[in-house]
Design a protein around this ligand. Sequence first.
Ligand code: NAD
Ligand code: TYD
Length: 338
Amino acid sequence: MNKIIMVTGGAGFIGSNFIKFMLNKYQDYKIINFDKLTYAGNLRNLSSAENNPNYYFVKGDIASEKDVKSIFEEFSPDYVVNFAAETHVDRSIMDSTAFIMTNVVGTQLLLDSARTNQIKKFVHISTDEVYGSLGQEGTFNENSPIKPNSPYSASKASSDLLVRAAWKTYGLNVNITRCSNNYGPLQFPEKLIPLMINNANNNKELPVYGNGTNVRDWIHVEDHCSAIDLVLHEGVPGSVYNIGADNEWKNIEIVKTILRHMNKPESLIRFVTDRPGHDLRYAIDSSKIQKDLGWKPQIEFSDGLKSTIDWYLSHSEWIEEIVKGDYVNYYKQMYEER
Ligand code: NAD
Ligand code: TYD
């Protein structure tokens, strides 16, 4: 059976890992990567797929009605997996415009075309951040209230509600996945783990927000990809699936572990002013996908973190190319404000 899967945002961190995962696993699926190539999108992430006859790249904007209509007309995809998004909380605090355009307007335009083109399924890649923040106890399950706290998570929550509405109102076959923090190769080095590896490697300060006791629940990107693959094939129509690996860490513990692995001194750590509205703790209950679809994370955090550090250390040219000058100036501005 030949399936045509349109992956939006496939040049970013998780999307590019997902495309490689799918091309590797299925020889008879065609993957269309529809990506605007923002600062976070990098076609080098997919250089190994370039010559694969089942892989096509089309540059385009999910928030452009013209671009979206034309990609559906040209390829008639059977499935859409929507990764395309603005994804960095700090950037959303500085300016939310692109977050609303891509995450909210863009998702609705995709849903409209998915419906009129009668696709088989729309898988929307969301985040545990839509649930807001936990105290010291408890976990998020699929019935936890949606209480986002940042412009990023509010825009993702809005897109989730639009996806739900497309299911309830028009009967579009949808799934929503809500995953915890991902780590692994090809992540833009503005996010905690690659930023700290890159700074430590360059003997630069490691900026830890607040007192470093905020907790994130980490999952290797490969485990996230295997869960999405399962939801795409076996997810019950209209269902939401949480994805997580029961792997909570305080930020400061992660930073110290990275320094230890890299033989760098803790004196590189610099505690900086806290992020406004900083969510204290995320912890995902993924028992639904484990019970209903038989998914299980495979990668131990200690192994995954070690191989991730090795990957960034051996891909300094990738980091230099993706961060360019813009990134440096952006961070200067953030720190001066704090
Ligand atoms: P990323 O920032 O690395 O990549 C986003 C990709 O989307 C880039 O290739 C970018 O060019 C593309 N894009 C942005 N705006 C676009 C537009 N208007 N039209 C088309 N393409 C556009 O993001 P990521 O970390 O890979 O996250 C992918 C998805 O997974 C997002 O929806 C995010 O909310 C979700 N998610 C991420 C994490 C995480 O830890 N990174 C965790 C849970 C969920
Ligand atoms: P981040 O990777 O931005 O992901 P998210 O905010 O979506 O969870 O941040 C992860 C955690 O690390 C979060 O609690 C904020 C913190 N953090 C720092 O302490 N310093 C940094 O430079 C960054 C980027 C994040």
